[in-house]
Design a protein around this ligand. Structure first.
Ligand code: ADP
Ligand code: MN
Length: 327
């Protein structure tokens, strides 16, 4: 159950609009969104549950603004009904109740000590059919001036932990717009610079290979299904705390052995309990998920989404280049 008065601003986004919230535990994000995005999450669970695994876990919806309308985000069939309900409420009460539907999602940064985040906006074409000429022209212009046009993706934003200042370096949307197809790799190098301090070359390579494999998995699904996604992103998160990353990738022992005596029964019980807790939420070295589905849909009969598939191939090409640098 979510108490709306307890929600706080989510200040760790790598890109995008303001207004994203988080719950007190930080496990969830609450993002104001259009009904189309909620519908896409819902439909994906029903039509292509395997692709749902490439998305943040969908927990439900929430009507922001009016505490009386807080609904428990739970069962899979509820969200569509809830948004209809909130629409009805708006009709009933006119403009007086300023509600906005939000989607409740797994916070992909949760569980990391220092989440480094990279938002890669996919597609050379970033607007759906029917978009106004004005907006289309504006987006085409940005595309032609950035790697969006040449590689089918661009760096939309990123945050990278900087141990020297004990804080994150923030790279906004203008940072990613400067790159060309021949130097965008340096953006990837900046994002993955944390690997060199925490890991051996072969561990860094292994992590990059695993991240690449997830991206390829997403592409293979989109090659199998029929969809259209405009302005969706692939979000890469990895552990920016270098000693934690070392532990996660297995180069440092988790608990240094200080004595060799046999554990007492109490110690055995405790460590079993701890293991159980850890099994519920094991820390991971990275996450790769697709996000931002305001203009996305499953579109049977229209063929595969070559626009996004090409973008994912572009990203995979950069990852390949980066992996080769660790040889
Ligand atoms: P928009 O770009 O339309 O504002 P996005 O869905 O792209 O909305 O979200 C904006 C930013 O919020 C992303 O760049 C990402 O950093 C962050 N974000 C979005 N969804 C999640 C999530 N489930 N977990 C963590 N961060 C997220
Ligand atoms: Mn976005």
């Amino acid at each position: 159950k979510l108490d709306q008065s307890q929600l706080k601003a989510f200040e760790n986004a790598a890109a995008g609009h303001d207004g994203v919230l988080s719950d007190p535990s930080g496990e969830l994000i609450i993002k104001p969104c259009v009904d189309a995005e909620i519908n896409f999450y819902q439909e994906t669970l029903n039509l292509h549950p395997d692709f749902s695994e490439m998305m943040p876990t969908f927990m439900g919806t929430l009507s922001l603004g009016s505490p009386a309308q807080v609904a428990a985000p739970t069962a899979a069939h509820e969200p569509a009904e809830l948004s209809q309900e909130s629409k009805d409420q708006q009709l009933l009460h006119g403009a007086k109740i300023a509600t906005k539907t939000a989607i409740v999602l797994e916070n992909l940064e949760h569980g990391f000590k220092r989440p480094n985040v990279l938002d890669l906006k996919l597609g050379a074409r970033l607007y759906a059919p029917g978009t106004s000429d004005d907006k289309a022209a504006r987006l085409d212009k940005v595309a032609s001036e950035t790697t969006t046009g040449s590689l089918g993706f661009r760096i939309a934003g990123m945050k990278v932990y900087n141990p020297e200042k004990s804080d994150f370096d923030i790279y906004d949307k203008f940072y990613g717009r400067q790159f060309t197809s021949s130097n965008v790799i340096s953006g990837f190098e900046t994002f993955f610079s944390g690997l060199s301090s925490g890991l051996k070359a072969e561990e860094a390579q292994e992590l990059l290979e695993t991240i690449l494999a997830e991206i390829t998995k997403a592409r293979h699904m989109l090659e199998k299904y029929e969809s259209r996604m405009f302005s969706a992103s692939i979000l890469v998160v990895y552990e920016g705390d270098s000693s934690e990353l070392g532990v996660l990738m297995g180069s440092e022992p988790k608990t240094p052995r200080v004595d060799e005596r046999a554990p007492t029964r109490l110690e055995v019980k405790k460590s079993l309990e701890e293991e159980e807790e850890e099994e519920a939420l094991p820390p991971v070295a990275f996450k790769v998920k697709m996000i931002d589905f305001a203009h996305a849909g499953w579109t049977p009969g229209e063929g595969r989404d070559e626009n996004v598939i090409a973008g994912l191939k572009g990203v995979e090409g950069c990852m390949d280049q980066l992996i080769a640098r660790f040889d």
